[in-house]
Design a protein around this ligand. Structure first.
Ligand code: MN
Length: 489
């Protein structure tokens, strides 16, 4: 995460004289050094000397726009910086934007305070002037107020950096489609041009023949090396070695195409496996473990979302994964959802060492595929879905609590996750379905609904949040109002 840079831009003007401007810069440097030492800040904050004119502001913002490693700007008005000076620069801004309303001094120096102190420490009104112009220009932005040495402040700034990184990485994401959507399925469809305009996702199709050609090029030596890799992460729980070796071959072939085209995400489609012996199972799981985004059945939106969220969660260890709502447990007072997939559950969710097993698949008409089977972690998490509403993309997030599997499921040969959605299964499911949320989602133990809301703000998505306060009448009203508002956009 440290490779991502956030430019810290302090606004002022020439009114106060050189001595004051020198102090402004000294304070800003101390703050940047302090924040960079704080473990709550995952990325690097870069100090920029304070800007005093429209030309300087445009220059510093263009510098941020053109810095590949820059994932956003952080603005702060130590003194008063007249906001007409900011119009040209902010109009050109193409990076995520955080405005911090803070102050170098925590306390008012009661005995010593004079007009010099007042002139130097003006963020209480300087940041209001700055906030107005961003509001007037309708700029997507985050505002965080508080003293810069306060832990909550640093934690909020640090949390916001992850969606900013996600938005910047999203702009360069390429998705490799292997085949098209599953026939007749609606929710996995969508407008790829709109997705590229909003999110930057370039979604390109490859035929299954391209995968077959790539598998033909894989050597036995490469498969041996991949098998050794499997041994280091998973426990082999099968004597069907050839079936596992075939997944190794698939993984090497798919990875070679992903890396050749700089693709970060991909999908498969079990209806289109001509020339392949097995549906990619363990191969997909192991690529997901390495950070590639994946979704099944032609679902390029969820694959790209999985990749983006994995990049937002870099260096965190909770797990972020493609998921599907499968089956309900309707026991009164203990309702929960069992999430899984045919094969492809990401091992970052595993609570124990995954076991490689080979079982027949009741779907797709191919040889029994190897897959990694495990029990999942427990704890607070979110599930996120992205659907195309025709005139906009809608993101739906639900807070959930993952729970330990209460009983063994000896006849279920896939990894599974159990969770209790907020506020309860009944309301969550009703709200999710009313909003048009998909059966596919991305589950994350590492990211919060607030971070997804920030991502939606930066990228211009509609954001729908199902949480402990959700009730259906208000939720319906929100959907109705949103629909009217988005029709006017
Ligand atoms: Mn599915």
């Amino acid at each position: 995460m440290k490779q991502y840079r956030f430019h810290f831009i302090i606004g002022s003007q020439y009114l106060y004289g050189e001595a004051t401007l020198r102090q402004v810069n000294e304070h800003a440097q101390i703050m940047v050094e302090g924040l960079n030492r704080n473990p709550s800040i995952p990325c690097t904050i870069v100090y920029k000397p304070c800007v005093k004119t429209s030309a300087e502001i445009s220059a510093v913002i263009n510098d941020a726009n053109n810095d590949e490693a820059c994932a956003g700007i952080i603005t702060w008005m130590h003194t008063f910086s007249p906001s007409k000076m900011w119009i040209a620069g902010l109009a050109a801004l193409r990076k995520p934007y955080l405005h911090v309303n803070t102050q170098f001094n925590r306390d008012i120096p009661w005995g010593d305070i004079d007009m010099n102190f007042m002139n130097l420490n003006q963020s209480a009104h300087g940041d209001r002037e700055h906030g107005y112009i961003a509001a007037r220009m309708r700029l997507p932005r985050k505002v965080i107020a508080g003293h810069w040495q306060d832990e909550t402040f640093a934690a909020e700034v640090g949390a916001w950096m992850r969606p900013a990184v996600g938005a910047v990485e999203s702009k360069r994401l390429r998705v490799m489609r292997i085949s098209d959507n599953m026939r007749d399925v609606a929710v996995t469809e969508g407008d790829k041009i709109e997705a590229q305009l909003k999110l930057g996702w370039q979604v390109d199709h490859y035929g299954i023949g391209d995968i077959v050609d790539a598998t033909d090029k894989v050597t036995e030596t490469e498969i041996d090396a991949q098998m050794a890799e499997y041994e280091s992460f998973y426990k082999t729980d099968t004597d069907k070695k050839e079936a596992v070796r075939y997944q190794a071959k698939l993984e090497i072939a798919i990875k070679s195409l992903l890396d050749l085209g700089a693709f970060g995400a991909f999908h498969t489609n079990f209806q289109d496996l001509h020339g392949l012996k097995q549906l990619p199972g363990l191969a997909v799981q192991d690529l997901s473990r390495q950070g590639y985004g994946f979704a099944a059945e032609g679902d390029w939106k969820t694959a790209a979302l999985a990749r983006t969220m994995k990049l937002m969660a870099q260096d965190l260890t909770g797990g972020t994964a493609f998921m599907e709502d499968y089956t309900y447990h309707f026991e009164q007072g203990n309702e929960m959802i069992l999430g899984a997939h045919m094969l492809e559950v990401c091992p970052t969710l595993a609570a124990d060492q995954p076991k490689i097993q080979v079982h027949p698949l009741g779907i797709g008409d191919k040889e029994p595929p190897a897959r990694a089977v495990f029990k999942a972690k427990s704890g607070k998490a979110i599930v996120v879905s992205l659907v195309d509403m025709g005139n906009r993309l809608r993101m739906i997030v639900n807070d959930i609590e993952c729970v330990n599997q209460p009983q063994d499921m000896p006849n279920l040969p896939v990894a599974a996750v159990l969770w209790k959605p907020q506020p309860c299964l009944k309301t969550s499911a009703e709200a999710w379905i009313l909003a048009g949320g998909a059966h596919h989602s991305v589950l994350s133990f590492d990211l919060t609904a607030q971070q997804m809301a920030d991502f939606a703000e930066i990228t211009g998505l509609e954001f729908i949040y199902i949480n402990k306060n959700t009730n259906i009448p208000d939720f319906r009203k929100e959907l109705f109002v949103n629909d009217a508002v988005w029709r006017m956009q």
